[in-house]
Design a protein around this ligand. Structure first.
Ligand code: UDX
Ligand code: UDX
Length: 483
């Protein structure tokens, strides 16, 4: 029987829930979409008059919010009310790695997913399709189903409750979320009920070509999401391992990547060597895979995937060690300018950012960091580093007693000011603005001998060297040999 969806409720107004629902609302004017969240502050920001105050920065998002908010897209904390009127509920809450207990450090903490399922079980009316949007360990759908089916039987009959569970993983990448949602490579829908699958299928058909919508069983869908992220992360660890080898041998990782990427079997994307992958997904999802593999008695499989994360950790530490070694073995009280704190360009998200580890290492070594990022503010960095910034009003102050600034940091809104009197500049995020700096001006204000470390290969090496700055670029053994 054809199920027609008129009301959608999405639990979780985060990086996934917010943009995904905005795009659905934009393409489906006849469906009322409500995004609900327990976090009132976040919902208030989604509802803010000034669209620059939205809680998430994504290119293209503001325009959609402007078009749909208040018409068929709503942001609210009235979770129960919107669950009650929904034909379809997306669960898009966070699933962080467990910190304590069984599976600590690897398994996902499903307490928010479980809580959401219980809320749906309690407040839904009639037939409800529950869609897993959060990335979840294989077999979570079973848990959700069990919770939904354990609703008080009397209430169930009285309110004619029934449920279908679907898995519909999200493949959007931050920074290009809107484009990824509008032009997806594929949409994956896993489930048992053909009618429920088709109900979700019809929603996507409003803008996604038929052949891009894949139907699978529910476990394949759950596992495909973990596997996609694990494969992508594996490519980054692979290329970063080769980058280190390039630096040692005089090869250039960009040239190697171009050469292997033109082989159609390998492909050219996701071969940028850098400071190591970050973001809320890669590490968490691989560790999840590691946990699952061990759980199902496959330690060799678990070890294989765990090595992808180990190499990433090693790569981040390698960068901070290299900076210390290059600056004559100590960075104590030296001023280091950090360009970029988000885990990639075009997002304000700092979760698991490589910058975080690298900055922590440098602070431990006693460096004084001046951190700049066009979208991440001082408050977020303070939370991430768990360290208050110093207000550096006068550079003279630092000049007169650098030792007072050992292991401290301050925030800068202006790149050129941030570089002033610095011993080194470290580019950690590939924001476009960093690729186009006037290195002559920068060089004049830095303390000699000054260094530029480009961990993202976005800086014009010729211009840096012409400005008489020392230069290090990730994976570039040729430039290292030239010096
Ligand atoms: C998503 C996915 O859901 C996660 O599984 C994936 O691996 C990473 O991306 P994301 O949207 O990035 O999560 O997370 P986040 O920005 O933290 O948003 C989750 C939201 O859910 C938060 O705003 C939080 O307040 C909300 N939430 C959490 C609820 O509304 N109810 C809860 O019970 C728990
Ligand atoms: C990822 C997946 O791409 C997406 O499909 C999934 O839904 C969520 O997880 P995201 O984490 O938002 O998306 O960004 P992504 O572009 O994949 O980058 C992840 C990390 O890898 C970033 O730190 C990025 O800088 C790094 N990266 C990416 C590289 O170091 N080199 C590359 O070539 C590509």
């Amino acid at each position: 029987m054809k199920i027609c969806i008129r009301n959608i409720c999405c639990i979780g107004a985060g990086y996934v829930g917010g943009p995904t629902m905005a795009v659905i609302a934009d393409y489906c004017p006849n469906i009322k979409v409500a995004v609900v969240d327990v976090n009132k502050n976040r919902i208030d920001l989604w509802n803010s008059k000034d669209l620059d105050d939205l809680p998430i920065y994504e290119p293209g998002l503001k325009k959609i919010i402007e078009r749909c908010r208040g018409k068929n897209l709503f942001f609210s904390t009235s979770i129960n009310e919107y669950i009650e009127s929904a034909d379809m509920v997306f669960i898009s809450v966070n699933t962080p790695t467990k910190k304590t207990g069984i599976g600590a450090g690897k398994a996902s903490d499903l307490k928010w997913v479980e809580a959401s399922a219980r809320q749906v079980a309690k407040f839904s009316k009639g037939n409800t399709i529950v869609v897993e949007k959060s990335t979840l360990p294989v077999k979570t759908a079973e848990v959700i189903k069990e919770i939904l089916e354990s609703t008080d039987p009397i209430q169930k009959v009285k309110e004619q409750k029934s449920f279908h569970v679907l898995s519909n993983p999200e493949f959007l990448a931050e920074g290009s979320a809107i484009n990824d949602l509008q032009k997806p490579d594929r949409i994956l829908i896993g489930g048992e009920s053909k009618d429920a699958i088709m109900a979700l299928h019809e929603i996507y058909r409003n803008w996604v070509p038929e052949e891009k919508i894949l139907h699978t069983n529910i476990w394949s869908s759950e596992l495909a999401k973990l596997t996609a992220n694990a494969f992508l992360a594996q490519r980054i660890s692979s290329i970063n391992s080769i980058g280190a080898l390039c630096e040692a041998t005089g090869a250039d990782v960009r040239e190697v990547a171009r050469a292997i990427g033109s082989d159609k079997r390998i492909g050219s994307r996701f071969l940028d060597s850098g400071p190591g992958f970050g973001g809320s997904c890669f590490k968490k999802d691989i560790l999840n895979l590691v946990y699952l593999s061990n759980h199902f008695g496959l330690p060799e499989v678990a070890n294989f995937w765990e090595s992808v994360v180990s190499l990433n950790n090693w790569n981040q530490n390698r960068l901070s060690t290299l900076i210390v070694k290059t600056l004559f073995g100590t960075v104590s009280s030296k001023k280091i300018c950090i360009l970029g704190f988000s885990f990639k360009a075009n997002t304000n998200d700092t979760r698991d950012s490589a910058a975080l580890n690298i900055c922590k290492n440098l602070l431990e070594e006693g460096a004084y960091l001046i951190i700049h990022d066009p979208k991440v503010g001082s408050k977020q960095i303070e939370l991430d580093l768990n360290l208050k910034p110093v207000i550096e009003s006068e550079d003279v102050e630092y000049e007169s007693d650098p030792s007072q600034y050992e292991g401290k940091w301050s925030y800068s809104r202006e790149v050129y000011k941030a570089c002033n009197r610095a011993d080194a500049i470290v580019v950690l995020t590939e924001w476009e603005m960093y690729s186009d700096l006037n290195w002559e001006i920068v060089a004049k204000s830095m303390r000699s001998p000054a260094w530029v470390f480009d961990s993202r290969s976005i800086v014009n090496s010729k211009k840096v060297l012409k400005a008489k700055l020392n230069f290090w670029r990730v994976g570039d053994g040729a430039i290292q040999k030239k010096r």
